[in-house]
Design a binder for this molecule. Structure first.
Ligand SMILES: [Zn+2]
Length: 376
């Protein structure tokens, strides 16, 4: 039953990788709903993947328990074999000792019959012959026993070697399974991370949907016709003063899709870079407290994004001017130190804005890296 459910999950996971994920820019509410459906499927796939990995880890762990029991058992059998060898060696010595005694007895009695009579009390010569014959039989019998004991030791030694080999194989199996668990743990962590990312995307998309719902957009109406964001003809700094601490572009092997602004204490007010309407005001694992604003500047649509705020002071749907405090500089989400991660994207996009970001320097004249400005 367990096996079957695991197989089912495998099929589900494998299948979900082939589900088409909608990456097209949303034009209508219906597009947004479709995107949401796809993200939910993606999230389910990640959850199934994580569950499957955990299931496999559990199974391997129980296999390891059995292997440990077998290693233990082999160890005990080795000790038992060693004990038996030791005991048999003692028995061999005893038998050899006995043989010696009997041989001595026979030799002594052959040499000096009077001594024999005296020591062992044979009544006469025929009694002596009889006793000598018995002695010889006993010697032969003991010799056979010694041979049997020696054979037993050989087979025990062989058993010991086999058991040691078995133990070594089991240990090797354990190592392999341990490595497999490590791989599965990484896999599970990857799935969980993916799940968290998708969850963030779902949150963003949901806010987009709520935003357009609030504007009474019809399912098939072009989204750009249901919103009228104030027109502006220029951009301003999102902070009254500050400093650029990290530029937009390649950084530490990835692309830093924004410009980092700092040099001001946490709690410093953040303003929109142009008038617009708040598209989303959310908390995300990576961005922390973040606000998205839609703008129309010089006839073109843009989205500006503000991350890592200590607090957010606006909500989705709200109209904002360049002097509206939308939040304050902070260190929330994936951030090291209080700063504003500011980015711009073309079009109106919350979920999937990543594909449309560009260097804010294209539109706003920020000072060079580590350079500051002191007024807006
Ligand atoms: Zn940044």
């Amino acid at each position: 039953m367990k096996k079957i459910s695991v197989v089912l999950v495998v099929i589900l996971v494998a299948f979900s990788f082939f589900l088409p994920v909608c990456e097209i820019k949303a034009k209508t509410m219906q597009d947004l709903y479709n995107q949401l459906d796809n993200l939910k499927k993606k999230k389910q796939a990640a959850e199934n993947g994580a569950k499957l990995s955990e299931e496999q880890i559990k199974q391997i762990n129980s296999d390891i328990v059995v292997i440990n029991q077998n290693i233990d058992k082999a160890g005990k059998e080795i000790i038992a074999a060693e004990d038996k060898i030791e005991k048999t060696e003692i028995e061999i010595k005893e038998k050899e000792e006995e043989i010696k005694k009997i041989m001595n007895y026979v030799q002594v009695s052959n040499g000096e019959s009077a001594y024999l009579e005296y020591v062992y009390g044979a009544k006469d010569f025929s009694d002596f012959i009889y006793r000598a014959a018995v002695a010889e039989q006993m010697v032969n019998y003991n010799k056979e026993l010694v041979q049997e004991f020696n054979d037993l030791i050989i087979s025990l030694e062989k058993k010991k070697v086999d058991l040691a080999k078995k133990q070594k194989n089991l240990e090797a199996q354990k190592v392999t399974l341990g490595e497999k668990i490590d791989t599965l743990r990484t896999q599970a962590a990857d799935y969980e991370e993916e799940g968290a990312t998708v969850e963030d995307e779902i949150k963003m998309l949901q806010t987009s949907i709520n935003y357009y719902k609030g504007l009474n957009c019809k399912p098939n109406q072009d989204l750009s016709t249901c919103d009228k964001v104030a027109y502006a003809d220029g951009w301003v700094y999102p902070l009254k003063r500050g400093m650029v601490t990290s530029n937009y572009g390649s950084r530490w092997g990835t692309v830093h899709r924004g410009i980092d602004l700092a040099g001001v204490p946490a709690g410093t007010p953040i303003y929109p870079a142009a008038p617009g309407r708040v598209a989303a005001s959310i908390y995300s694992v990576s961005g922390g407290n973040m606000v998205y604003i839609y703008h129309t500047v010089n006839g073109k649509k843009y989205t500006t994004i503000y991350m890592h705020m200590s607090v957010r002071k606006v909500s989705a749907g709200q109209t904002v001017g360049i002097n509206t405090v939308i939040g304050t500089v902070g260190n929330t989400g994936n951030s090291q130190g209080a700063h504003l991660h500011f980015t711009m994207a073309s079009g109106w996009e919350v979920a999937g804005y990543h594909a449309y970001t560009f260097n804010p320097r294209n539109l706003i004249k920020f000072p060079p890296e580590y350079g500051g400005w002191f007024s807006r």
